[in-house]
Design a protein around this ligand. Structure first.
Ligand SMILES: *[C@@H]1O[C@H](CO)[C@@H](O)[C@H](O)[C@H]1NC(C)=O
Ligand SMILES: *[C@@H]1O[C@H](CO)[C@@H](O)[C@H](O)[C@H]1NC(C)=O
Ligand SMILES: *[C@@H]1O[C@H](CO)[C@@H](O)[C@H](O)[C@H]1NC(C)=O
Ligand SMILES: *[C@@H]1O[C@H](CO)[C@@H](O)[C@H](O)[C@H]1NC(C)=O
Ligand SMILES: *[C@@H]1O[C@H](CO)[C@@H](O)[C@H](O)[C@H]1NC(C)=O
Length: 690
């Protein structure tokens, strides 16, 4: 079914907003007529920032969300191409220049599955494979191989290496049951089970007290992007690797897996015998009352999964607001559109925010706003299958992104519940703090997001973007674009289940849609500053501090025989470049005039600020994961140890049989690589040849 464009939602301006807009127009017109020299850019910008903030509407966002979540919209399906059309129509109805880019990529869908439990007394029971009564895709793990296994069940806690060690039982040929929450990605849980000889894996989410009949869908592929076009955009007619190619095969697990609900898990686990549940596992189990043993067996499971991998068409949708003074500098705002089911939180809360942002920017445009730089709104497809839509686009546009993208601002699950969360590359820390001071807290009257955030457990902490769980990954980790990721709430219980619906959002996630308003405000304001400030609001002192912190943490875990001196020296040089830039910026900000000379000066400084991040990229990428080019932020093999300098982290945890001497040499080599990366960033920041 097609989604009818809702005209009333797209361009509706309240009479008050229109009046304010007209008033601003008159005032601006008056100033530019009478005081052409006093009309400074920053003043105009502040006015448009206020107009942006005052044009929010929670009821408009809630109606966008309702429309987007009327049907499940899984990537590659008709109903998701309908959402692409809806987004495109919304953009064009606002007179925004918009277009779509399509790719043919390898997706994965379930065909048939079954799971039954066989007790020792001879009785058996078919277990549910999906939420009851809802017309959504059956629970599955995308890219799981097909397979059929009849074997003993065994519980492996979070499925970490240490859990197999604690368990101390041979799981060869068994069906292992793992719960989510040990810090491992879904694919890694399957990989570890495979390594330990398991025949199949069932994963459940034990974290929630409610919604325990939900199934958490997800993908289990390694890496990101279309597996058959690694490193290049999979446009029509482009090269495509064969499914038998080793590079393709090694991205998929070898043993079948599937999500099960916590209820199904409890039914299986409560029937297990043999070994007792280790105490350290037991204490954090939600259903500890019914689970006493971990198996293996005597309960047998009969598990069959039949799936298909299929080349399907996906669509990214864009709206472009051309910059007036520096049209070749781009601020990108992105959110994915595809969902496992109805996807009210994930990702439609973000899509609703994107649609509202477009509406509000169009109000600014009709009030005379001309952004200095170009703003691009991006609606990505197939994120759930491994950031495929954004990755293909980043790969296709790598050079332009590398030289012309000022920043990428991501919003995935905009609202999952209460509390503000943010991640960024460190040069954007200060801007985030400034912007959150301007946006009203959605849950307490009279205070800003910043105030509540500072008083929270988070204590205005900013996370880093080394994770590979949303569309910022290709921008930061492949293209080196300064990036931000914003969201409200975390760990929502209906994640990737059929219960992630509009009703859940309206009842639990954001009853008044004010958190949506706050996210849209922060997202839109960040972009306004990045697009309109004549000097980019970047702060590299913060980056220097962060690097120093990493160095200190590293020195606490590394062998004394390893020399950190080169790294320390490079960070000190980076810090002194950051200080010099900071004072140059202070001077440059004092210059009030415009004109060719000072404009060139600003532009040159902005280029240094924009390009410094690229220094952290390394053409060779991370060992064994060459696509990941960023040596400061990226996915380590074992995220429990270190969550920065992924190359160094991996060299310390490499478990293959090499001598101690070789191991130390490898760690030292990785330290040198990071050292050189920081030197490159320093010289980009200084903007001068040696
Ligand atoms: C511009 O902004 C500054 C600081 O916000 C203010 O002092 C000044 O009066 C403004 N000028 C105009 C013309 O609005
Ligand atoms: C799915 O499995 C059921 C029962 O095991 C069987 O009847 C049906 O034919 C299967 N369908 C497909 C498409 O394989
Ligand atoms: C087997 O055991 C289960 C669980 O204790 C019980 O529900 C079921 O009725 C038993 N079946 C037979 C055939 O005894
Ligand atoms: C396991 O399930 C499959 C598919 O439903 C079925 O064909 C097979 O007979 C079952 N095996 C056992 C041992 O029950
Ligand atoms: C919008 O916010 C107001 C004030 O918080 C609230 O009364 C109203 O119910 C909200 N609208 C929606 C659709 O949630």
């Amino acid at each position: 079914m097609t989604i009818k464009p809702l005209n009333l939602l797209t361009t509706k301006l309240s009479p008050l907003t229109t009046m304010v807009a007209i008033l601003i127009l008159i005032i601006l017109g008056f100033y530019s007529f009478h005081f052409p020299h006093s009309l400074k850019h920053s003043n105009k910008s502040t006015t448009f920032q206020s107009l942006f903030l005052s044009s929010s509407s929670n009821s408009t966002i809630s109606s966008y969300l309702r429309t987007l979540t009327m049907h499940p919209h899984l990537a590659g399906t008709k109903s998701n191409s309908n959402t692409a059309l809806f987004v495109l129509n919304h953009f064009t109805s606002l007179n925004l220049k918009s277009h779509t880019t399509s790719y043919n990529v390898l997706l994965s869908y379930p065909l048939n599955s079954s799971l039954s439990i066989h007790l020792t007394n001879g009785s058996f029971l078919n277990l549910p494979l999906t939420e009851p009564g809802l017309d959504v895709v059956h629970a599955y793990h995308a890219y799981s191989p097909s397979g059929s296994v009849y074997a003993k069940a065994v519980f492996v806690n979070y499925g970490r290496e240490i859990d197999y060690h604690t368990l101390g039982v041979d799981v060869k040929g068994c069906i292992v049951i793992a719960r989510k929450g040990g810090g491992l990605g879904r694919g890694t849980v399957v990989e570890k089970a495979e390594k330990n000889g398991a025949a199949a894996v069932l994963i459940y989410n034990d974290e929630g007290d409610t919604w325990r009949n939900g199934f958490e869908r997800g993908n289990v592929m390694k890496g990101v992007g279309d597996p058959v076009s690694p490193g290049w955009g999979s446009v029509d007619g482009s090269e495509r690797l064969s499914l038998e190619d080793n590079e393709v095969l090694e991205r998929f697990p070898k043993i079948p897996s599937m999500p099960i609900s916590a209820d199904v898990a409890d039914a299986i686990l409560s029937s297990l015998g043999d070994n007792l549940v280790p105490l350290e596992w037991r204490n954090t189990l939600k259903s500890k009352g019914v689970i006493s043993h971990v198996g293996p067996g005597p309960t047998m499971l009969n598990f069959t999964y039949l799936g298909e991998k299929k080349v399907s068409t996906i669509q990214n949708v864009f709206a472009v607001i051309k910059g007036s003074e520096e049209p070749d500098r781009h601020v990108l705002l992105g959110n994915h559109r595809d969902a496992w089911t109805y996807g009210a939180v994930d990702p439609s809360s973000g899509t609703a925010a994107l649609l509202d942002l477009a509406r509000r920017y169009s109000i600014l445009l009709s009030s005379g706003w001309k952004p200095r730089r170009t703003i691009v709104l991006c609606s990505w497809d197939a994120e759930e299958f491994g950031m495929i839509g954004s990755t293909e686009w980043v790969e296709q546009n790598l050079i332009n992104l590398g030289s012309k993208a000022v920043a990428y601002l991501n919003v995935d699950c905009a609202v999952q519940g209460p509390g503000f969360f943010v991640g960024s590359t460190p040069q954007l820390d200060s801007l985030i703090r400034e912007v959150t001071k301007k946006v009203k807290d959605p849950d307490s009257k009279g205070v800003s997001v910043y105030e509540t955030w500072s008083a929270s457990d988070e204590g205005n902490n900013i996370q880093r973007l080394g994770r590979v769980d949303s569309d910022f990954a290709p921008f930061v980790q492949h293209a080196g674009v300064p990036s931000v990721d914003v969201y409200y709430g975390k760990d929502f219980p209906v994640y990737h289940t059929a219960f992630d619906s509009y009703n859940w959002m309206a009842e639990y996630g954001d009853p008044f849609f004010q958190r949506h308003v706050a996210v849209t405000g922060i997202w839109g304001l960040l972009a306004l500053r990045l697009a309109d400030d004549s000097i980019l609001p970047f702060d590299y002192l913060s980056y220097a501090n962060e690097l120093q912190l990493y160095r200190d943490k590293l020195s606490n875990v590394l062998d004394q025989k390893i020399s950190l001196l080169p790294l320390t020296t490079s960070i000190n040089e980076f810090a002194s470049a950051a200080k010099e830039v900071d004072s140059e910026l202070k001077e440059l900000r004092l210059v009030e005039t415009s004109g060719q000379f000072v404009d060139m000066k600003r532009r040159a400084m902005n280029d240094r600020l924009m390009l410094a991040e690229k220094g952290f990229l390394d053409g060779d990428g991370l060992k064994g994961k060459q696509w990941f080019k960023h040596l400061v932020f990226g996915p380590p093999n074992d995220a429990e140890k270190l969550d920065f300098f992924p190359g160094i982290a991996d060299s310390t945890t490499r478990s293959n049989v090499i001598s101690e001497k070789e191991r130390l040499t490898e760690i030292q080599h990785e330290i040198w690589r990071v050292t050189r990366a920081i030197q490159r960033a320093t010289s980009a920041l200084r903007g001068e040849f040696t």
